[in-house]
Design a protein around this ligand. Sequence first.
Ligand SMILES: [Zn+2]
Length: 126
Amino acid sequence: MDKKTISELKKKLEEEQALLKKDLLKFADKDKKIPDDYDTRFPNFGDRSSSPDENANETEAYEKLLAIEYALELRLKDVNSSLKKIKENNYGNCEICKKEIELKRLNANPAAKTCLICNSKKQSKK
Ligand SMILES: [Zn+2]
């Protein structure tokens, strides 16, 4: 892969990284001990004397946020590891077959870890 392509993909990754961090911070706090780990804040809709109904809503909202946090964190980890690979000149190779990942796949998802062939094999197994 040529340098220009890599730097374009790197830019995309950095933009996504910034966006993911921003999204996470809307409802979660950064964990001070674990890098790139976030803790979802418990939503507080009202005062403590709120009805059991309201408490149930809060719990439900919290669980939804946890699921979102998990998805965003996973994505952030993928983005971070791709940026690390770029730094180590190790970017763009499939983690399974070690061949270069198709450029059209990287353009669609710069954090892709596997090539199209390995990815479709992986999915058909499920
Ligand atoms: Zn592969």
